[in-house]
Every structure is written in C-alpha cells, then in structure tokens.
Design a protein around this ligand. Sequence first.
Ligand code: SF4
Length: 322
Amino acid sequence: MPPTDPRTILLAAPRGFCAGVDRAIEIVDIALQHYGPPVYVRHAIVHNTHVVADLEAKGAVFVEDEDEVPEGMPIVFSAHGIPPEVRERSAARGLDMIDATCPLVTKVHYEALEYAASGRSIILIGHEGHQEVIGTMGHAPESISLVETPEDVFALDLPADADVAYISQTTLSVDETTSIIAAIRERFPQARGPKGDDICYATQNRQDATKVLAERSDLVLVVGSQNSSNSKRMVEVALAHGAPAAHLIDSAADIDPVWLEGVDVVGLTSGASAPDVLVTEVIDHLSATARGAEVERLTVVDEQMHFALPAKLRNLPLAGAR
Ligand code: SF4
C-alpha cells in the first residue's frame, strides 16, 4: 500500500489523568510549596517519566527506600500505596509522612485487612512486582496468594472448601480479570469478593473508550510510560478489539513514520498517569506530518471524579516554611 497521510485523528475521552493521579501530583506540589525543596517521594509518584521529571525540576527527590531519606525530612508515599512496614520504618526515622496513596487503592487495602481478620484465604489478582501489588500484599502477607492467570487459580494449594475471598489490582484489563474471577468462582463457588472487581473507574472508563476507538481506527496510539500498568492494558485492549495496530508511546518523539503508512484514521488516547500536554504534542506532530488531518472527539463516558486532599495538607501555609 502506498504511504498516505492520516486524515482523521480520533481523540478518545475520557483519557489521561485520573482523580488519583491529579491528587498525588497536587500533594507533591503542595508539599514543595509548604516545606520548600527537597521533598522526598518514595517511588515514582505516578508511573510517568514526564511527571517525575517535572517534579524533579521543582525539587522533588525520588527514592525507592525510606532509608535514603535524611531523618526528620518530609516523605511522600506514591499513589500506588505502601505496605504497613514502610510507614513503621518511616515513623522510626522521624520522617514527616504524607500519604498520596489513591483512595481507591486504600479501599483494597481495607478489603485485604477485613478478609484476613475474618480468617479467609485471599486471592489477589494482579501483576507480581507492581508497586500496588507489593503494597496490598503487605497488608495481609500471611493470607494472600497472588494470581495472574486462570491457570494460577487452578494451581493454588487450597482445598476446594477453603474460605476464600478475592481482591484485585486496580489497573488490570477488565476482560482478563473477568476470566480470572470466573476461574475463582469455578474452583471456589463460595468465594467472597467485591461486586465485580476492584478495577477502578478510571481504568474501566479508559478501556471502554479504547474499545470504541479500536473499532474505528487503523492505528491506535496510547500515550503513557512503559511502567504504567493501565496504559499497557489499553494497548492490549485496542489490539483485542479490532485495531490493526496499537503502540504505547511516551511522547510524539516515539512515533515511527512507518506506523502511519496506509493509515487513514489514527485513534489517540492516554493512560491515567499521562499529562494531556503530551497528547497535544502528538496531535501537533500528526497534524504537521499529515497536512489537513482533522481532530474528531470521541466521548464514550462523561467522567467527573475528584478526591479530597489528605487532611494534613488542607489549609497549610505555602511559603516554603522549613
Ligand atoms: Fe486511583 Fe485508578 Fe487513578 Fe490508580 S488509576 S490512581 S486506582 S483512580
């Protein structure tokens, strides 16, 4: 097929920042303004290289371990959540703790604590090594078994009549999680769990929009970083729902001109941790490449969600008080 320029850029909504990411970034911004730099942040506040670089430029210092933070300094816990022992070690070092854990992740932590307290074996559906999974498992380490596939469910070393409950990571593929829950229900019909799953509204909405986008696009571009679970799932969803091609890009610079050959409609969306300015840059890049390409908005869900700041940060003086 001869190379052609895309004529339509189909722009999905909702896309980009969710309420938990908005809140986490605002928390670091407020901490920087109140305390003055440096403010230490344990783990990437959200999984996006541009957000992290932007906050670093303002004076945030990202660490992977609370032991790296000088005693008495402020430390922000990332949106993905932490195991309780991180809080205990931070308190022992006299760190000034500010928790940016998304409230929807905290909800899953409470589910884990409740199920463990009632003596249930907990099946956590999630990806091994992901920061959120580490934090959730830390809330009931003796009770939780991690599964990533239906096969993992059938391989669990639990009796058929085990008192089982399931919980899940918030940023999984809705379709894959449904198949894993079906396996849990097949093996443990008595299993308790949330209504549906713990996948958050933002993950669900972005995947729903991506499905519609995929049906109408020759190529789907998802703006997001490689370590962003929800962004990676959106690429998988696009491919599973009819997009001939789909790619995860950190920015416009990642677009390979070969991808655009023979493409009429480019579907464009972004993960929950990707700033919209990067989407605008992709539109500018495509418009410059494909002269005359028109942007068509595709709104699948009207999303209105906001999370309150932690009580500790409300009404703080913002003068760089330290
Ligand atoms: Fe919270 Fe969902 Fe956003 Fe994660 S993706 S920060 S769980 S709203």
